[in-house]
Design a protein around this ligand. Structure first.
Ligand code: NAD
Length: 452
């Protein structure tokens, strides 16, 4: 029987109010169920990702299924400890009392996800929501429809809809969800839509986590190991055909090593994807025609150093490095989100730093150098969500590190304990002694009011 979004949210709220989802044993059982459901659906997940994004199996395992299984294992080992009330110090003024911080779930969560890692980015926030004791409504992206309906099927067969449910649909459906009285919202997607979500949440003062995108720079200094840099940049940029929120968007490289870096990138791309990547059956496609057309336009904005081939029927674009891209080109205003890498050169590191500082704070930043002074210079001057020195993407695979943006690239973070925190309120409790009562806190008609 179909029920309305309003009824669904209302039933989840009643279920939450019953208290069942707060029991730590229940949370761990549900995480275990989710783990089994993901494991049991592996083949169907591979097929759906192949259909919607032409994602090869190894990539799909590493960045979606394997990622989730590792996160569940990490969280299950630690959730009970995270959920325990923590003792806090008490100042002498409150003599006799005890202080504690009690993590409590927000309640009923809304989780909205994008299409680029559609399984990971729907279930990773759910792991955190469950661990923290919430109920959740999931809204996967309509741009990967086969994955979206598979996620709905997995959830339907795993959870009571009063606990976890999927609502499928587009912007209009998401708009209706955003008007419901959720207790928290967790959104992954573009900065543009993130702003819509934040405005809707603000109307009801709903706490919100925003995992957004933007242009993540990569800086390659003169002393960098160029072979290693090329391999790691190519990996970060061309995985999922560049449709990765933390992919290096563009590169600033020291002028003396620019030609060699581009050469190394060319060799690396050939090793990774062969001489004709567009014909490589394991090379992912661009998600839809609109994005394919947008990226095809970017190929006209500058000189193609290598790559540039496209397949208009399969929506494929070869890994491409571009030079002489005007800084005011469309591709340098918007997040590229595709396999096109503009490369710029600098004489002084300051030029690259000043360029990045002139843009919104990025989700990620990558720096290739062995020089500590250069590392400190970049790290101390540029604000960004997270990143790597001498690598790309890998910071997001550590559950010990918070993953999130800053400013236009996001608000809040998750993964590991940070995910638990994103779905929890930390309630302060002061337990006062009744053994004595210090008189000086009270007003007295004899002595007048005394400030504490
Ligand atoms: P998107 O913002 O277009 O869509 C994300 C979700 O919002 C989808 O579920 C979609 O249905 C919904 N949506 C779209 N338009 C809406 C509207 N007007 N009102 C309400 N809801 C709406 O993003 P996308 O194209 O799916 O994903 C790409 C973007 O996501 C990129 O900017 C990328 O950097 C970012 N991203 C960020 C992360 C991260 O972890 N920070 C991860 C992946 C992707």
């Amino acid at each position: 029987m179909e029920i309305t979004i309003e009824e669904l949210v209302s039933r989840q709220k009643s279920y939450y109010d019953s208290g069942i989802t707060k029991d730590i044993r229940f949370r761990l059982d549900m995480l275990q169920k989710l783990r089994e459901a993901i494991r049991g659906a592996e083949d169907r997940i591979f097929e759906a990702l192949k259909h919607d994004l032409n994602k090869p199996k190894a990539e799909a395992y590493g960045s979606e299924i394997g990622f989730l299984l590792a996160e569940i294992t990490f969280v299950m080992k630690r959730a009970a400890a995270w959920a325990k009330p923590k003792k806090a110090k008490t100042p002498w003024l409150l003599l006799g009392s005890k202080s504690s911080i009690v993590p409590e779930p927000y309640g009923t969560a809304l989780i909205i996800s994008p299409w680029n890692y559609p399984v990971q980015l729907t279930f990773a926030p759910l792991i955190a929501a469950i661990a923290a004791g919430n109920t959740a409504v999931l809204k996967p992206s309509e741009l990967t429809p086969v994955v979206s309906s598979l996620i709905a099927d997995i959830v339907r067969n795993t959870f009571d809809p009063r606990y976890v449910a999927v609502v499928e649909g587009d912007a209009e459906v998401t708009g209706r969800l955003l008007r419901q009285p959720f207790d928290c919202m967790f959104f992954t997607g573009s900065t543009r839509v993130g702003s819509i979500v934040a405005q809707e949440a603000a109307k009801r003062l709903i706490p919100v986590t925003l995992e957004l995108g933007g242009k993540s720079p990569c800086i390659v200094h003169r002393d960098a190991d160029l072979l290693l840099a090329a391999r790691r940049i190519a990996f970060g940029k061309f995985t999922n055909a560049g449709q990765t929120c933390v992919a290096p968007d563009y590169v600033w490289v020291h002028r003396e090593v620019k030609a060699e870096l581009i050469d190394r990138l060319r060799q690396t791309v050939e090793q990774f994807y062969g001489k004709d990547p567009v014909r490589n059956v394991n090379y992912p496609k661009i998600v839809n025609e609109r994005h394919f057309q947008r990226l095809s336009r970017y190929l006209q904005q500058g000189t193609v150093a290598f790559g540039g081939e496209t397949d208009t029927l399969l929506y494929k674009i070869a890994p491409t490095v571009m030079e002489d891209v005007p800084l005011d080109a469309e591709s340098m205003q918007d997040e590229i989100f595709g396999p096109i890498l503009p490369v710029f050169e600098y004489g002084e590191l300051d030029e690259a730093i000043r360029f990045v500082l002139g843009k919104p704070k990025p989700l990620a930043l990558y720096l290739f150098t062995g020089e500590e002074a250069v590392q400190n210079n970049v790290l101390s001057r540029i604000s960004f969500g997270g990143g790597c020195i001498n690598d790309t993407l890998m910071h997001l695979s550590s559950p010990y590190l918070p993953f999130g943006g800053v400013g236009e690239s996001g608000t809040g973070s998750y993964h590991g304990e940070y995910g638990f925190r994103a779905f929890s309120h930390y309630k302060s409790v002061l337990k006062q002694t009744t053994a004595f009562d210090l008189p000086f806190r009270y007003p007295s008609s004899k002595t007048g009011y005394r400030m504490m």
